[in-house]
Design a protein around this ligand. Sequence first.
Ligand code: AMP
Ligand code: MG
Length: 400
Amino acid sequence: MARLSIQDARNAVLEHVARVESEQVALDDAFGRVLAADAVAPNDVPPFACSAMDGFALLAADTQRAPVRLKIVGEARAGHGAGIRVRSGTAVRISTGAPLPDGADAIVRQELTESADEDVLVSEPVAVGNDVRYAGEDIARGETTLLAGTLLGSPEIGHLASLNIAEPPVVRQPRVALVSTGDELVSPGPELKPGEIRDANGPALTAAVRAAGAQVITSVRVGDDREATVATIDQALRGADILCTVGGVSVGPHDHVRPALERLGTREIFARVSLKPGGQVCFYVTPEGTLAFALPGNPASALMAFRVLVVPAIYALLGRSHTLHTTRGIAGSDLPGVIGRTTVVRCSAEMHEDGWHVTPNGEQGSHILTSLLGVPALALVPEDRELLPAGEPVDIEFVG
Ligand code: AMP
Ligand code: MG
């Protein structure tokens, strides 16, 4: 079977994803979550007309004969009204954010006045509404201000607080199960025995899952044994929205993941995509609708396949658009490509006058994780290019 392009593979994955259910969380816990329902303003913001400046509340008509001296009849501070009506010939001292006193229709900022305790000299005329913030000027009651699917950052959280939405509905975090395969893998700990290596993918994928806004419900390891692989995957699938296995997807005698997934009744949607590194990735759906990605074991391959296919799946489960911060850059030096595969080149990026220049960050082998360290940008060299010469434009994705 011909390898799918990464776009076709993404689309094939997204066909099998529906948004998961929502839950309510306290605003303090809402950062980084995805809003599950449109936010509709239950009140005006600001809730009342108020001053935009420190100065004096007065009648604009009085200032038309400026310079003019007005009698100070009271003070309005933030959180406290003046409790007095402003009439012609008078003014109320006012602070930023204080309610506009009854009768007043304009503010003169302090810099345009000279005041003593009793009265104020206004040096310039102002128009009605000058430096007044009217009720609902920022948000009018009934307005839809945030759409479902919005990622909640600090401005959105402040905004929800000003709307008195203390427990916003957010999309439940997708549950991801990780299964790392390989007899050679061990966790950080005692010295390695001959043939052993540290398990880098388990911790790296756990971090990648969290960065994408999902949670890891289990991360386990299994040796290269068919029955153990079947049993481990079967167990890991329970309660998961997504299963990611890593390693053991080739066709060698010790590659058990694909036969195990088939034994468990999963349906293969595609095997292999035209991506380098990471092209050995396979995608299955279980009878219960759980998405199962079999990622290749080489660390750079695993992370690239995760980024290209699993991140969009997590976003879709969250109801977020899967657009991956793609922009256009310029090859800062020759970028390697492979005919028939989209090559993801791990790059450093520098801003120049004509935009981002990207340069490979060292050795690009699929086993080399160091070329991903500190990398801000991935350059996507298209399938029909064996080499993308320095100076040519190239699509880049910033690593978020
Ligand atoms: P595999 O896909 O199982 O054939 O593995 C390909 C290569 O990636 C082998 O050199 C493995 O030792 C290595 N590898 C597989 N899984 C991991 C892992 N979790 N951490 C680090 N390297 C791994
Ligand atoms: Mg292996």
